[in-house]
Write a new protein. Structure first.
Length: 395
């Protein structure tokens, strides 16, 4: 692509959420070269060759946002604040997953769009108004006819999964009232660079947004950000509050503050990304060193939380079955399967970490606080966690 400079190569990666069944273990798995680049015009950072949405988001999608108390609490708090401050009559969520956000509102008030029909069904069964559709112009036009315009659109960890951002915002423009609010929440590029969380890049995360980058796209569609919140969610996310330009509301100081933070870190400079790429390579070497040291002592290592992010780490660092005995995870659709690419068995979380385990690799490092709180017994008996951010270490 014109104006794009690649700065990081994470090697050949499988589809990050494609958990393998036993009978697939001997079959050749399709892998894709994962390179990351920056568009020097827009400052948008993205992966090189996005895979079609239909291949990734279909009726077998395993991810459930309700699996973490942290996410549930964050959605609930946002819903309380929306009801108190914005008072919308009609709300649309793009990427409503299993309804963790919309369940906080009256059923008459909310609409959910979720392309993964297996997950969308869960919310529909609870009586919510959901559609199993991809977010695009066709969907927006169809919804406009059926539901009319809405006062608030919320989308968490979804817009960064859609390649055609122009279509995303054109579609939002169709459905959002002129005085309505758009709230977009996604991992923060600044936090990703600072914390060396290169695993924010996988085939589903087409973009990791900075304020600078997303602002450049919004401008084209006559939207502007009027407030930004920095969240701890997913290792550091930004929640952007956006309005149409014709709506002359106030722009809060948080926007300029975020812009200054990004510029002073050098988010607009290629040299920043080149340095990041060097740190990623050192992170890989260090993590491999930690694993080989532990394995030479015959210690038992398992993984905790099979995140899509961890697929990037394990495949990039080539950490497989020989180094991690198995993963535990609370998500039913991941259990009794194998991690993509590295083929590590995934077992059901039994409510505790087994007694013979010495080390736990934290795949769900973004929920470290929640997991450490839950696993006090393991920590008390001297069990240790391995984490790769901000640099690989044993905790
Ligand atoms: P995510 O980082 O993509 O949200 O995925 C988190 C994964 O970790 C998800 O599969 C659920 C799992 N998980 C656990 O198994 N136990 C936990 O306590 C938490 C918070 C998450």
């Amino acid at each position: 692509m014109k104006n794009k400079i690649n700065f990081l190569d994470l090697g050949f990666q499988p589809l990050a959420n494609n958990y393998l069944r036993k009978n697939q273990l001997n079959k050749k798995e399709k892998k894709y070269r994962l390179k990351i680049g920056i568009n020097t015009n827009t400052k948008l950072v993205s992966i090189n060759k996005p895979i079609s949405s239909k291949m990734m988001f279909n009726n077998k999608y395993p991810y459930r946002s309700s699996m973490s108390k942290t996410m549930l609490k964050s959605f609930k708090n946002l819903a309380i604040s929306i009801n108190k401050n914005l008072k919308p009559k009609k709300i649309l969520e793009i990427g409503s997953n299993d309804g963790s956000f919309i369940k906080n509102f009256s059923k008459k008030k909310v609409i959910g769009i979720e392309p993964c029909s297996n997950i969308e069904k869960i919310t529909k069964k609870k009586g919510f108004n959901t559609y199993s559709l991809y977010w695009n112009l066709k969907t927006a036009r169809e919804l406009l006819k059926k539901e009319g315009k809405v006062d608030l659109i919320y989308s968490a960890n979804t817009i960064s999964h859609i390649e055609n951002l122009d279509e995303v915002f054109k579609s939002i423009n169709i459905l959002l009232n002129d005085n309505g609010t758009l709230i977009v929440e996604d991992p923060s590029l600044l936090e990703c660079l600072k914390k060396n969380t290169y695993d924010q890049f996988y085939n589903e995360h087409i973009y990791v947004f900075s304020l600078l980058g997303i602002e450049n796209i919004l401008k084209k569609h006559n939207f502007e950000i009027f407030h930004v919140q920095n969240l701890d969610i997913h290792g550091g996310s930004n929640r952007y509050f956006i309005k149409k330009k014709i709506n002359k509301g106030q722009i809060l100081s948080s926007v300029n503050k975020q812009r200054k933070k990004e510029l002073s870190y050098g988010i607009q400079k290629i040299s920043t990304y080149k340095k990041f790429a060097k740190r990623v390579k050192s992170s890989k070497d260090e993590l491999k060193r930690i694993f080989s040291k532990i394995s030479s002592k015959n210690k038992k290592v398992i993984g905790y939380g099979v995140t899509a992010k961890s697929a990037t780490i394990l495949n990039y660092c080539k950490i497989g079955k020989g180094l991690i005995s198995y993963f535990i995870d609370t998500t039913k659709d991941k259990q009794n399967k194998y991690t993509p690419g590295t083929k590590i068995p995934i077992l059901k979380y039994q409510g505790f970490i087994q007694k013979d385990v010495d080390f736990v690799f934290l795949g769900a490092w973004n929920f470290q606080k929640e997991i450490f709180n839950k696993e006090k017994k393991f920590i008390k008996r001297g069990g240790k966690f391995i984490i790769h951010t901000p640099r690989p270490k044993i905790l």
